[in-house]
Write a protein that binds this ligand. Structure first.
Ligand SMILES: Cc1cc2nc3c(=O)[nH]c(=O)nc-3n(C[C@H](O)[C@H](O)[C@H](O)COP(=O)(O)OP(=O)(O)OC[C@H]3O[C@@H](n4cnc5c(N)ncnc54)[C@H](O)[C@@H]3O)c2cc1C
Length: 404
């Protein structure tokens, strides 16, 4: 094991993937996650892993954990369609197939399952109920992170992987803006259990991702997660040490609109429970194809929650230090391209490999500078592309101009 010690604030997808990569390379790492337990809050449902995400997971996970990840993901194909609200096909695209990756480079994974896989083998390294409040840099070049419970810890590097509201970013890059993208989304799940229920969804709506665009840019997003094998069977076969919660097939079903299209204020929306949220969606689907109304009416009320979409505004030119950022903490983006988690996982792969170089003798700041130069390029490209697609297809606000 090298002498390098890395402190990560945030145990979401990006922070845990980085911890996996460092742990695998024998680099000392601790993760401080504010939630008291892994299942404390709704983590969302389906995450599409594209070739960036899959390649990153292959690099950071142990071979067994990677096999578990691939075997517990659905393989939804590569087709993405756009329909109008009467179910007339407007556009259809087939993404490229990557023959060397599972699912051809397109997997639909349940977020909770992925997070449980990412936690495997890290139980001693991850501290739950540990919320970073601030940090200070020391004369020796190390960084001390302070937590809400009064504890602190010191490392050679502090990685802020603490998501969209990142406390690390607010202290490190106070000029970085995160803005309201002008979209509200109501996420939910339609259970697909049993052939009878599955048959109620027409096959043309079971592609990798389907967008239905209606009047006033109201939209529905539909995406299936269908398992090939029960979780316990996968882990018994591949990695008995990994514990996964069982899950059943479902269709992720997301309604979105600009806030002025909703019959309620944000305060009212975020105070509503599942059944009320489903009623809001149904009230805005008048005149839509009966198939679509039927799908929404079968959303499990307990699964529905509202999200206010936010995006970062790209920042340029900060000085590299022993504090760095990863994932949504630095480049939160519109979900229009399904790229946020994949980009966070890519960050984890790139940063882990640079820190392995630092552990092997490359000066730490040189290694971090190389990570940041690469990450800022593809990360902010993804922010811009997601904002452009979200603007054209869903009526999201255009991205404010570049910050310098
Ligand atoms: C409903 C939904 C669906 C999505 N679907 C997709 C998809 O299909 N494909 C895709 O690529 N992306 C998707 N995204 C985006 C994706 O979820 C994020 O981009 C991704 O989770 C970012 O990972 P992260 O590790 O940077 O942040 P997160 O996963 O948000 O993790 C941040 C972690 O930091 C913790 N934390 C926060 N503050 C502190 C603190 N002060 N101290 C310690 N810990 C802290 C949080 O509790 C959290 O666990 C979706 C997002 C949402 C909301």
């Amino acid at each position: 094991m090298s002498d390098l010690h890395v402190v990560i604030a945030g145990g979401g997808l990006g922070g845990l993937a980085l911890a996996q990569g460092l742990h695998r390379a024998g680099i000392s790492v601790t993760v401080h996650e504010k939630d008291p337990t892994p299942d404390f809050r709704n983590q969302g449902y389906r995450v599409r892993d594209n070739s960036d995400g899959i390649t990153a997971l292959k690099a950071v996970l142990t071979p067994q954990a990677y096999e578990v990840f691939a075997a517990t993901a659905g393989t939804p194909g590569a087709r993405t369609d756009v329909f109008d609200h009467r179910l007339n096909l407007l556009d259809s695209q087939e993404f490229p197939h990557a023959p060397d990756l599972p699912g051809g480079g397109h997997l639909a994974v349940n977020r909770r399952t992925l997070r449980q896989t990412l936690l495997s083998g890290l139980h001693k390294a991850v501290h739950f109920g540990s919320r970073l409040t601030r940090y200070e840099t020391n004369r020796s070049g190390t960084v001390t992170a302070h937590f809400a419970d009064g504890t602190s810890t010191t490392g050679d590097v502090l990685v802020g992987a603490d998501g969209v509201n990142s406390a690390t970013r607010k202290q490190y890059l106070p000029q970085a803006q995160v803005v309201d993208a002008g979209l509200r989304m109501l996420y939910g799940k339609v259970p697909l259990g049993g052939a009878a229920r599955r048959d109620l969804i027409p096959p043309e709506l079971l592609g990798m991702w389907t967008t239905v665009v209606g009047p006033q840019l109201r939209f529905l997003g539909l995406a299936p997660v269908r398992y090939r094998e029960p979780m316990h069977q996968v882990t018994a076969r591949l990695a008995p040490d990994i514990a996964l919660s069982e899950d059943s097939d479902y269709l992720a079903c997301v309604f979105g609109a600009r806030p002025d299209q909703l019959p309620c204020t944000d305060a009212e929306l975020f105070a509503m429970q599942g059944g009320e949220l489903r009623a809001v969606t149904l009230s805005l689907l008048k005149g839509w194809h009966p198939r679509l109304i039927d799908i929404v009416s079968r959303q499990d009320p307990a699964s529905i929650f509202p999200v206010s979409v936010r995006t970062s505004v790209p920042v340029v030119g900060w000085e590299t230090s022993a504090v760095t950022l990863l994932g949504d903490a630095v480049h939160v983006m519109s979900p229009a391209m399904g790229a946020g988690a994949n980009t966070a996982l890519r960050d984890a792969r790139v940063l882990a490999s640079r820190l392995v170089q630092a552990a092997g003798g490359t000066p730490l700041l040189t290694a971090l500078r190389a990570y940041e130069a690469e990450m800022v390029g593809y990360g902010y490209d993804a922010v811009r592309e997601s904002a452009d697609r979200g603007h054209q297809l869903l009526g999201q606000n255009p991205l404010p101009s570049l910050q310098r």
